[in-house]
Design a protein around this ligand. Structure first.
Ligand SMILES: [Zn+2]
Ligand SMILES: [Zn+2]
Length: 337
């Protein structure tokens, strides 16, 4: 198959004859139709996150069409449009049996540390990792269901969202999902903060009540006038992590979402204790995939407009290089096959 392969050289290179993953009798082979480029991929290639070693076919935000079916697979047919939950697990340990398969010690994630991902033409998956992509949703929207699943899982763990003022640091894809989800979960006011005007303007279009360019205002002054019960860290910035704890109201909740690859502690635990704060996070929410798809289908969450760049698979080599070097200004790039 064709694939963009993360090589030992530290670069992503296009291969024309990379081996197609083999499917077993309980698995299906999926032709990828859309694949989202995630910051996690960039951090892996740059060495910030060491989830896997090259050579590796990355990509965990996938949608596609079933093209081959193992003999023992029931309920699916060739041609079915699917969204792939990339989290692979044993299915029988205490984590798998309590809805937390992402913690399975024998598991992993397709395209991250366990099996070939969506930077290649084909992916193998078990039926238990598949969700039907509704006919009215595009494959590109389907590829957004993985980041939506993770952000939805984090928001779902915030107990005091209804009637709250929610602030979100970071107007990247995750932040743009968080502002919409906060609204869907009953927030009365949603503020989006970033250092760039362009993604903030997109945030306003997607439903933020207020946007703040933190290079232009004093955060101390801004937060002094607000009672913000929930603060979401979706930027991966070390400074923003500190701001979350400093500026959230007492008894509030901080959602830690962005990964930064830092190995030094950045959280003041005394402040958490003193302000009686709650902290939640999420890397995957196996029980919420259907709800995520339905939120998009029902028009409650707009993932389409977060995709600011869609590129045909065959034309993506130079672009992938640019993205991995941190030189892309696109909010979200999706490869289309
Ligand atoms: Zn991702
Ligand atoms: Zn398990």
């Amino acid at each position: 198959m064709k694939a963009y392969v993360w090589k030992e050289t530290g670069r992503i290179e296009k291969e024309i004859h990379w081996s197609t993953p083999e499917y077993g009798s309980h698995e299906v082979l999926i032709a990828i139709k859309s694949e989202g480029i995630c910051t996690t991929d960039i951090h892996m290639v740059s060495g910030k996150l060491d989830f896997a070693k090259p050579p590796w076919v990355l990509g965990h935000e996938m949608s596609g069409v079933i093209v081959k079916i193992g003999d023992d697979v029931k309920g699916w047919k060739i041609g079915d449009r699917v969204v792939i939950d990339p989290v692979v697990s044993c299915g029988s340990c205490k984590y798998c049996l309590t809805g937390k398969k992402y913690l399975c010690p024998d598991g992993g994630e397709l395209g991250t540390n366990y099996g070939s991902g969506g930077y290649g033409e084909f992916v193998v998956a078990k039926p238990s990792n598949l969700y039907r992509l509704p006919a009215e949703m595009s494959f590109a929207e389907g590829a957004m269901m993985e980041p939506l699943n993770c952000t939805l899982g984090a928001i779902d763990r915030v107990r005091n969202m209804v009637g709250s003022h929610v602030a979100v640091f970071g107007a990247g894809p995750a932040g743009l999902l968080f502002i919409q989800l906060a609204r869907a979960y009953g927030a009365i006011k949603v503020t989006l903060l970033d250092i760039k005007d362009e993604p903030l303007a997109l945030g306003l279009r997607l439903g933020a009540d207020e946007v703040v360019n933190i290079t232009k205002v004093s955060l101390q002054d801004y937060f002094a006038e607000q009672e913000i019960e929930v603060v979401v860290e979706a930027s991966g910035s070390e400074a923003a992590i500190g701001h979350c704890f400093e500026f959230v109201a007492s008894s509030g909740t901080v959602v830690l979402y962005g990964l930064n690859g830092l190995h030094t502690p950045t959280i003041t635990s005394d402040m958490i204790v003193g302000k009686d704060l709650s902290i939640v996070t999420c890397t995957s929410a196996p029980l919420l995939w259907y709800k995520g798809i339905r939120l998009v289908q029902a028009g409650k969450v707009n993932v389409k407009d977060i995709i600011t760049q869609q590129v045909p698979f065959d034309e993506a080599e130079a672009l992938l290089e640019e993205i991995m070097d941190g030189k892309s200004s696109a909010t979200k790039t999706v490869l289309s096959y």
